[in-house]
Design a protein around this ligand. Structure first.
Ligand code: ADP
Ligand code: MG
Length: 223
């Protein structure tokens, strides 16, 4: 047996060496709603390599956002394992998760988490459209999403997670936003985005369908 396979679970050098930046094993999430339990994820086994461009699709309520929250270290699983950049993060506490999250992950959400009065950008260069003088609530949806993407990149993360990034944009603006993701991908970042739009998903190189909290299919996009 090779030595690597005997090392502790908490750091998997074999994953790092083979370029696997995200690995989950039987990842599950149960939300407790009073007496009721919602099984949002029911055992997700997933490997994503550094530099991949992945779209996650699936019906509403199938667990897409829950999976993104776990991948993004915003939440912990109820059971199962998750290695991020080789490190077992599924049993870290909230402070440790926050540290890893800030280091590794950039988020782009559909609803932009921008303070209305704060100037949208200070130290991020966004040559496309933004001149730094507008307040976020004066920006159009597309401009706000560009700002959200720029913000996601402030810490130069290698993994960019986007949950329905074009969800409330017209299709032209949506395509412009997708061009930004394409650039990030070309620069070597790992991109994972949730979308319910097939046209948007076609920008990715791999599409994972989630159904009832499990991966229903996982296929390369034919280019
Ligand atoms: P999707 O993003 O695919 O629409 P979600 O991951 O948001 O699905 O939700 C999966 C399931 O978990 C749904 O049944 C949803 O109602 C439930 N759920 C999501 N977040 C919570 C939460 N914070 N508390 C309780 N139930 C939740
Ligand atoms: Mg969702």
């Amino acid at each position: 047996m090779p030595v690597e396979t005997q090392t502790a679970d908490s750091y998997r050098e074999d994953l790092v060496n083979s370029g696997v930046v995200i690995k989950t094993e039987e990842l599950a999430k149960v939300y407790e709603m009073g007496a009721e339990q919602v099984h949002a994820l029911r055992g997700v086994n997933l490997e994503i390599r550094k530099g991949e461009y992945v779209a996650i699709m699936g019906p509403s309520g199938s667990g897409k956002s829950t999976l993104m929250n776990l991948i993004g270290c915003l939440d912990s699983p109820s059971s199962g394992k998750y290695w991020l950049a080789g490190r077992l993060v599924s049993d870290l506490d909230d402070d440790e998760l926050a540290y890893i999250r800030n280091k590794e992950i950039g988020f782009v959400f559909q609803t932009f988490n921008l303070l209305p009065r704060a100037t949208a950008l200070h130290n991020v260069e966004l040559p496309l459209i933004y001149n730094g003088t507008h307040k976020p609530n004066e920006l159009s949806g597309g401009q706000r999403q560009r700002v959200a993407i720029a913000r996601a990149l402030v810490n130069t993360p290698s993994i960019v997670l986007a949950d329905e990034p074009t969800g409330n944009l017209d299709s032209k603006t949506g395509e412009e936003i997708m061009a930004l993701f394409e650039n990030l991908y070309r620069q070597g970042n790992t991109i994972i985005l949730v979308t319910h739009e097939h046209d948007i998903a076609q920008h990715a190189h791999r599409i994972i369908f989630i159904r009832d909290g499990k991966i229903a299919s996982d296929e390369a996009v034919k280019k």
